[in-house]
Structures are given as structure tokens and as C-alpha cells.
Design a binder for this molecule. Structure first.
Ligand SMILES: N[C@@H](CCC(=O)N[C@@H](CS)C(=O)NCC(=O)O)C(=O)O
Length: 206
């Protein structure tokens, strides 16, 4: 088992945390983030998308962080992290898809501009609009968590908590105005004793 990625990148961290939950210890090779560029021809020959993470296992090459997390939980028979029942599974996947599409799209400008200091995202008004939309979506998550009182899809910790907690850690660490979201804060604290959370989520990396 090989994981191509970097512990500073949010999508690699989803897989790293999932591996901790599953007790898997892949060989990790540094690509992306501050290390070797995934646009290097050696990497592109493996993943033409030029993005991390990549999971390699024999002839199998997987890309897309959420897909890799789902594959690993299913492969290990961990119905607690990814339910076997189709309807329950779809609820977990729905929140994972929301993270990868709506939430991910909202933060791009303010995060890239203020944390990565990327010139293409320097426009202050676009950063403010991005922060406002990110806050709106986080408030929606807060209202939802207030109804579960525990984890994203209910009493059980699942893959949805992993991907959304990583987004939330980024939200907490990006310099911008944020509303108080008590259900989100309580949920993040609820995960504080999980080794994967401490190692790969609340670890002072946005
Ligand atoms: N949809 C992809 C997105 C992957 C992605 O955007 N990866 C970023 C890091 S989080 C990347 O490879 N950036 C280029 C780099 O780090 O050099 C996934 O979820 O795996």
C-alpha cells in the first residue's frame, strides 16, 4: 500500500486520518504541498490529474480523496465508518459530496488569498464574498449538528465527520470574521480524543 500525498494538504489528510481509524500503515511518499510537484512527469504518469492524494495497491491506482476513504473503509469491512445499508450509506456520502463540492468551492478565494497568499486570489471583495459564503454554509452545518447532538449523520462517527472536520479546522484557522457556531465547536471537541483527529486534523495546519 502506497499513499502519494503530503500531510500539509487537506485531501491527503482525509486519507491519513482514515488510515489511522483503520489501523493501516501505508508507505507514504511526499508529493504536493511543500514537496515534489504533482505536475512532475513521473507523478503525471501515475495520475494525469496532477493532484494528490493517490492510493496505490498492486495494480490498483485510486484518485479522489473521498473515493479513497470510502474504498478503504469498505475494504476493511468498517460499516461503522461507511454503513452497509444503502440509505444510511447515502446519508454519509451525501455529506461527503457536500464537503467536496459546495463547501470546498466556497472557501477557495479567502483561503488561497489569505493563507496561501496566492496572487490570483488577492481581490479583497472576492475574499469577503468567499468568507461570507463559507460562513453561511458552516452555519448550515451548525444547525444540522444541533439536531444530531453527536456526529454528522447521528450517534455514530463516520467518514463524513473526517472530511467535514478537516474543512472545519481550515475554517477555524483562516484569518476572517466568523460567527460563533456552538454545535460545530462542541462536535469538534467531541472528536478531540481520536488519535487521527489529533494527528491529522487539529494539528495547527489549516
Ligand atoms: N478532488 C480531488 C482534489 C485534490 C486536490 O485538490 N489536491 C490538492 C491538494 S489538497 C493538490 O494536489 N494540489 C497540488 C499541490 O499540492 O501541489 C480530491 O479530493 O482528491
Amino acid at each position: 500500500m502506497r499513499l502519494l500525498g503530503h500531510p500539509s494538504t487537506i485531501n491527503s489528510r482525509k486519507v491519513l486520518w482514515t488510515c489511522v481509524e483503520l489501523g493501516l500503515t501505508p508507505v507514504c511518499e511526499d508529493w504536493g504541498g511543500d514537496s515534489a510537484s504533482p505536475l512532475d512527469p513521473v507523478f503525471l504518469a501515475i495520475n494525469p490529474k496532477g493532484l494528490v492524494p493517490v492510493w496505490m495497491e498492486g495494480d490498483l491506482i485510486l484518485t479522489e480523496s473521498n473515493t479513497i476513504c470510502r474504498y478503504l473503509a469498505a475494504r476493511e469491512g468498517r460499516a461503522d465508518l461507511l454503513p452497509a445499508d444503502p440509505a444510511e450509506r447515502a446519508r454519509v456520502e451525501g455529506w461527503m459530496d457536500w464537503q467536496a463540492t459546495e463547501l470546498n468551492g466556497a472557501w477557495r478565494h479567502v483561503f488561497m488569498g489569505r493563507v496561501r497568499n496566492h496572487r490570483a486570489f488577492a481581490d479583497a471583495r472576492a475574499q469577503e464574498a468567499s468568507a461570507a459564503e463559507w460562513n453561511r454554509l458552516m452555519a448550515l452545518l451548525d444547525a444540522h449538528l444541533a439536531t444530531t447532538g453527536a456526529f454528522v449523520t447521528g450517534a455514530q462517527f463516520t467518514l463524513a465527520d473526517i472530511v467535514l472536520a478537516l474543512s472545519t479546522n481550515r475554517w477555524e484557522m483562516t484569518p476572517m470574521q466568523r460567527p460563533d457556531l456552538p454545535a460545530v465547536a462542541a462536535w469538534m471537541d467531541r472528536m478531540a480524543d481520536r488519535p487521527g483527529f489529533r494527528l491529522h486534523c487539529r494539528n495547527a495546519i489549516p
